[in-house]
Design a protein around this ligand. Structure first.
Ligand SMILES: [Fe+2]
Ligand SMILES: [Fe+2]
Length: 262
């Protein structure tokens, strides 16, 4: 069955809320990088080498490392597809800037795996095991339509995953001696917030363009959250899952979307 596609008949309804030009984006990237390196430079060498964390912490954290790394790696693929297939230039521009952000996040998460000395042969197997974000991102990687990708990836997934849950993850990691993960999570919050806000602007424009688009977006939300709900199964991630849904509903319900039933 062909996937349902929706388009923005009047593309002028979508305006990049961050108002970025190439010039401004490059300056912003440079500032963020400087800020990140300055924060990273304050981490003591022992902490950077994961000498202060318990072996038990690392055992449990590997799932989280995989969720971080592979969601960023996936993003560099699906956002590239969204940029390549973008139906209008303003959307293409936002997607291309996001692509560069996600590449930077990917490199930060790779460093965590390496410094924690998790053998690379375990990374993918961990992500493919039950209870991770793998099912959702594999679904996203199969899509070709820019609008569907950005609604599911930016509005739903990032809208849910940040910025609230990054703060929970950062605080949790720091409390257990994993300062590098904490610095990484805090560094990406501003970028992810920008990705969410253009995703939200896109959804708002789609609904204003044609109120019937709301039904399709509702279906995309339901598909996405159900694929994600696997991460909460087992109950250990209860707090994370509740924060995840709460972050998302805060942006979705005001636009007329309804909570998903599981
Ligand atoms: Fe990211
Ligand atoms: Fe992002």
């Amino acid at each position: 069955m062909a996937r349902k596609r929706i388009t923005l008949k009047d593309p002028s309804r979508f305006v990049d809320p961050a108002n970025l030009t190439w010039e401004r984006y490059v300056a912003l990237q440079a500032r963020e990088r400087e800020r990140y390196l300055a924060e990273r430079a304050t981490i003591p060498q022992d902490a950077l080498d994961y000498k202060n964390v318990s072996p038990r912490y690392l055992q449990n954290a590997v799932d989280q490392f995989a969720n971080n790394y592979y969601s960023e790696l996936s993003a560099t693929h699906y956002v590239a597809t969204a940029a390549a297939n973008a139906p209008f230039d303003e959307l293409k521009k936002s997607a291309l800037f996001q692509l560069a952000d996600e590449q930077r996040h990917l490199e930060m998460d790779r460093e965590v795996f390496e410094r924690a000395r998790i053998p690379e042969s375990d990374w993918l197997a961990t992500w493919e095991s039950p209870g991770t974000t793998c099912r959702f991102f594999r679904h996203l990687l199969e899509l070709e339509d820019s609008i569907e990708i950005l609604v599911k990836g930016n509005f739903v997934a990032e809208g849910a995953a940040g910025p609230g849950t990054f703060t929970v993850l950062a605080d949790g990691a720091e409390a257990r001696g994993d300062v590098l993960s904490a610095v990484n999570h805090r560094a990406r919050i501003r970028d992810e917030t920008r990705h969410i806000s253009y995703g939200r602007a896109l959804v708002k424009a789609l609904i204003e363009d044609d109120p019937a688009n709301l039904d399709t977006i509702q279906r995309w939300q339901d598909d996405s959250l159900r694929l994600f709900s696997e991460v909460a199964r087992g109950g250990e991630r209860r707090e994370w899952w509740e924060g995840f849904l709460a972050s998302y509903y805060k942006i979705a319900l005001p636009l007329g979307l309804r909570p998903t039933s599981f």
